[in-house]
Ligand binder design. Structure first.
Ligand SMILES: [Zn+2]
Length: 551
């Protein structure tokens, strides 16, 4: 299956599809699946701005609403997770997953599905310690605080994902990075691009701790992320002794100027990921002199990450504005291999014990040296009887001209796709069992109900798996009655097409409808009972706790 992976989208959906189309026309290789790693911004109309954590001066409707209204249709099956800049009201409607628009499927706060037998698992949001153990208490309309906490990842959802068993054919999507992953690739090159990550990498605070736990538990073949707006590849070896501990950084990193010496890009500003949006500190927001003569940017807040100002620039509208990402169209798959090679090389150098200058040396290694080392690694690998389990990690930049925002892969699938059919998106029965077992503990108040001990959880899930195997699931029949209705039937099939149960169904009016005055209602404060969430809960016999219709 040919897959395209994208970093942050920031509402530039049409530009992304145009880039995919351009790749396809260059290579005559159609893309089967597009994976988007958050900051999707599913804004249906301007009413959704109230639920988007972005300063008003950066509000930009983007192009998603045209897919929502049906004016445009996604040309390729698209799977989406959430980040920290989302129409959180709409994402919440589809907490369990669902179609944001025709052919665009959101995995939910957490989720797992199959595409032609390839498992796609995702965790939405970003990690903040102070909200991690809370319930999903946020309600529309959000206030200044809930507007941000609503996208903070919850332990409840992480624990659900922790129940998934390992499968070799798994791709994991997250918005922020697993903590410490920055130390498993070319850290020196990363720091040259993003010098201000140095302190966080050194103190091992760059990234999300629960994602690191998930990485070690699920051990997917691929892990894709976004958020930090830089392309970065890493190879994470699960068999190494460092697996469950924080890896040590090489003794000496390439020398990085301290903050007040860094020649900052004048386009960049330092803003807090969240809180400063409300109370921008002018001293932080002011562009920094690029002369390196000692303008100090000190936030003093250890929670801060640096976001580029242009994160909120107008999304490019013309395809040619964006069609020159930093990749050679046509050689992306090769580039993927190249990335792995350089990672191998870094590891090789580290293993060799020459840690002192390994990172810098490797970066400048001539091609022959790279090949030599890769051959050595391959020879070594072929000697060992069982191949070490490894996760290929790739983070990508946000969508924009000259940025490394998209990557193309060819990944073998367990199920052979039929050539003339689009790929099949099916439910993951294990995930459905987990969702059912966890549901009694799903909290929509600030207090999260404590989960039973791991042993009990395991038993609850295996009971649900057995129940699904024996009873099947209650899903709409494929046979349509004469009057156009469909009956429900019990289906014992572990490959239930998602579209059989959930079909895209617009809830809030689209921007077009609002402008034409054709739509009744619609306001920033309004919430909706999403029929797809009803259908999901109905299939599993669960009460809809997300946005239940008033009685
Ligand atoms: Zn972003």
């Amino acid at each position: 299956m040919r897959i395209a992976v994208q970093g942050c989208s920031h509402g530039s959906l049409t530009a992304i599809y145009d880039t995919v189309a351009q790749y396809e026309s260059h290579t005559s290789a159609p893309i089967d699946l597009l994976l988007l790693c958050g900051d999707f911004q599913a804004l249906r109309s301007k009413n959704d701005f109230a639920s988007l954590a972005v300063p008003p001066k950066y509000h930009n409707l983007g192009t998603f609403h045209e897919y929502y209204s049906g004016k445009r249709k996604a040309p390729v099956l698209t799977i989406v997770i959430g980040g920290n800049h989302e129409a959180s009201n709409y994402m919440w409607e589809l907490y369990h997953g669902g179609w944001l628009a025709e052919n665009i499927y959101y995995l939910g706060a957490a989720g797992s599905v199959y595409v032609d037998g390839l498992r796609i698992v995702g965790a939405s949001g970003i990690y903040k310690d102070h909200d991690y153990k809370k319930g999903h208490f946020e309600k529309v309309p959000y206030n200044n605080s809930t507007l941000r906490s609503v996208y903070h990842i919850r332990e409840y959802d992480v624990m659900k994902l922790m129940q998934l068993s390992h499968s070799d054919d798994t791709i994991f999507l997250s918005h922020d990075w697993p903590i410490s992953i920055a130390r498993h690739g070319d850290t020196g090159a990363l720091l040259r691009r993003k010098p201000f990550f140095k302190d966080e990498i050194n103190s091992n605070t760059l990234g999300s701790p629960p994602l690191y736990t998930l990485l070690n538990h699920i051990q997917p073949a691929y892990w894709f992320s976004a958020h930090l707006h830089v392309k970065f590849a890493a190879l994470y070896d699960h068999s190494s002794s460092t697996t469950n501990q924080i890896p040590k950084l090489p003794e000496s990193l390439p020398s990085i100027p301290t903050t007040n010496q860094v020649e900052k890009n004048p386009d960049e500003i330092t803003i807090d990921d969240e809180d400063d949006f409300d109370t921008p500190q002018e001293s932080n927001l002011a562009p920094v002199n690029g002369n390196g003569n000692g303008t100090t940017i000190e936030s003093g807040n250890p929670d801060e990450i640096t976001i580029e100002d242009d994160e909120f620039d107008d999304p490019p509208t013309a395809p040619q504005d964006i069609s020159q990402p930093n990749l050679e169209v046509g050689s992306e798959i090769k580039e993927d291999i190249k990335v792995d090679e350089s990672v191998d090389l870094v590891e090789k150098a580290r293993e060799g014990g020459n840690e002192e200058s390994s990172t810098t040396e490797i970066i400048d290694a001539p091609v022959e040296k790279v090949e030599e080392a890769v051959q050595a690694v391959q020879a070594e690998a072929s000697l060992s009887s069982s191949e070490p389990r490894r996760t290929k990690f790739l983070a990508l930049d946000k969508c924009g001209p000259g940025k490394d925002f998209i990557q193309f892969f060819e990944i073998p699938t367990p199920t052979l796709p039929s050539s003339d059919q689009p790929p099949r998106l099916t439910f993951d029965p294990e995930w459905l069992a987990i969702s059912r077992a966890f549901h009694p503990y799903f909290s929509t108040s600030i207090q999260q109900t404590s989960l039973p001990p791991p042993k009990v959880l395991k038993q609850l899930i295996s009971d649900e798996i057995q129940r699904i195997n024996e009873e099947g699931l209650l899903v709409p029949s494929e046979i349509v009655n004469e009057d156009g209705t469909v009956n429900l039937e019990w289906v014992k099939n572990d490959k239930i097409d998602i579209t059989r149960v959930q079909k895209f169904w617009p809830t809030a009016p689209s921007q077009d409808e609002l402008q034409n005055g054709g739509a009744a209602g619609g306001s920033p404060d309004q919430w909706y009972t999403n029929p797809q969430t009803e259908a999901f809960c109905g299939m599993l016999g669960l009460q809809n706790k997300v946005n239940p219709a008033p009685i």
